[in-house]
Design a binder for this molecule. Structure first.
Ligand code: ASP
Ligand code: MG
Length: 409
């Protein structure tokens, strides 16, 4: 098999761990596989570099920031190749550029445009273990160094896996896989054997931080099978793959929470065409990402209240902007609430099972947890609740949907 293995920051945090990873790589090769290794910077290194930048300038240029940050992954790439060679195997370390990772020119959050992986493939054919720096790329025209956004080495791994048509992309991290919920909140949280891309995407974007969201989107689009597993054990991990019939039998696969949202409500907007468009156009222009939106019309049909959620970090900006727009539109009042959290249940089985929402609401009600806002998609139901009930809600839902028990499929 041709396997891509990506090792995150904690897996390469020091020389002992780098050596341990080198041994794991060599073992995979000894089992008859060809291996490409993608590495992150050593744990904490990227933060350290960002910190340095802000010590010399209050406003570091993004171009130079990319050059600086890309150095973290260069270090681990070179060390990893050396560690593998020390075990008697041929290895070659490549930067993003040398591996042919071409991106657009949006510094600090570049998008991969294409990968010209000839050099990687040639090296593999010559019997090398190829070690590639994650998180970085290069622009095609002027050869500017770019980075792919925080956590971006997951994306490097999936993109390389797709480009070289590898059979598998293993993402090594410090947890044993994807869990039914946060094990810090529910000790009986269970590791999932497999999960669909769509479910993983919901989990990733809702705050289960095992995989970077964009890497899952990419994997789904190009059907790259991913295994999330720990570099500290030999346990099999969680397979992230295409949805299959078995997965549908499980109604709820996971419970997630997100404490980083805040809610803005505009009260008494005139209810006529174009109002919502004006409001959300204004918000979008400020580059604020709106998550949930709920609108209610008064019984006489003249007024509407609109509530929506935004990332907490954007609350100030969004609130000021909402007040301005609300004023223009003749609304009565604008209020916000930031001590909220979003609790979600996720599962592709929801497409074919009814009564899931009712079960969720009932469970929350039984524990006196008030639901402020509800939103649903085909495979997800989210509720906004008071932040102080987050842990309780997660436990209650994990329990009511029996997530600690392995589904019998
Ligand atoms: N080192 C980069 C970061 O910390 C990329 C990564 O680890 O995925 O964001
Ligand atoms: Mg990561």
């Amino acid at each position: 098999m041709l396997i891509v293995q990506k090792y995150g920051g904690t897996s390469v945090a020091n020389v002992e761990r780098i050596k341990a990873v080198a041994e794991r790589v060599v073992k995979t090769v000894e089992e008859g596989n060809k291996v490409v290794v993608i590495v992150s910077a050593m744990a904490g290194e990227t933060d350290k570099l960002i910190n340095l930048a802000y010590q010399v300038s209050p406003n570091p240029s993004e171009r130079e920031m990319d050059l600086l940050l890309s150095s973290g992954e260069r270090v681990t790439t070179a060390l990893m190749a050396m560690a593998i060679e020390a075990l008697g195997y041929k290895a070659i370390a490549l930067t993003g550029r040398q591996a042919g990772i071409i991106t657009d020119s949006v510094h600090t959050k570049a998008k991969i445009e294409k990968i010209t992986a000839d050099r990687v493939i040639n090296a593999l054919n010559e019997g090398y273990i190829v070690v590639i720096a994650g998180f970085q790329g290069i622009t095609e025209d002027d050869l500017e160094v770019t980075t792919l956004g925080r956590g971006g080495s997951d994306l490097s791994a999936v993109a390389i896996a797709s480009a070289i048509k590898s059979d598998l992309c293993e993402i090594y991290t410090d947890v044993e896989g994807v869990y039914t919920t946060d094990p810090n909140i529910v000790s009986e949280a269970r590791k999932l054997d497999k999960i669909s891309y769509e479910e993983m995407l919901e989990m990733a974007s809702l705050g289960a931080k095992v995989l970077q969201t964009r890497s899952v989107e990419f994997a789904m689009k190009y059907e790259v099978p991913i295994i999330v597993r720990s570099s500290f054990s030999d346990k099999p991990g969680t397979l992230v793959t295409k949805e299959d019939k078995d997965m549908e039998k499980v109604v709820v696969s996971g419970v997630t929470y997100d404490k980083n949202q805040a809610k803005i409500t505009i009260i008494g907007l005139p209810d006529k065409p174009g109002i919502a468009a004006k409001l959300f156009n204004g918000i979008a222009k400020a580059n604020i990402v709106v998550d949930m939106i709920v609108q209610n019309v008064s019984s006489d049909g003249k007024y509407a209240d609109i509530s929506f959620t935004v990332p907490k970090t954007d609350l100030n900006k969004a609130f000021t902007l909402s007040k301005e727009i609300a004023n223009e539109l003749g609304a009565k009042d604008v209020i916000y609430k930031d001590d909220i959290s979003k609790i979600s249940i996720i599962g592709v089985g929801m497409r074919t099972h009814s009564g899931v929402a009712a079960q969720m609401f009932e469970a929350l009600a039984k524990h006196g947890i008030n639901i402020m806002t509800i939103s649903t998609s085909e495979i997800k139901i989210s509720c906004i609740i008071e932040a102080k009930y987050t842990e309780l809600a997660v436990r209650v839902l994990h329990d009511v949907f029996k997530l600690s028990e392995k589904a019998n499929v």
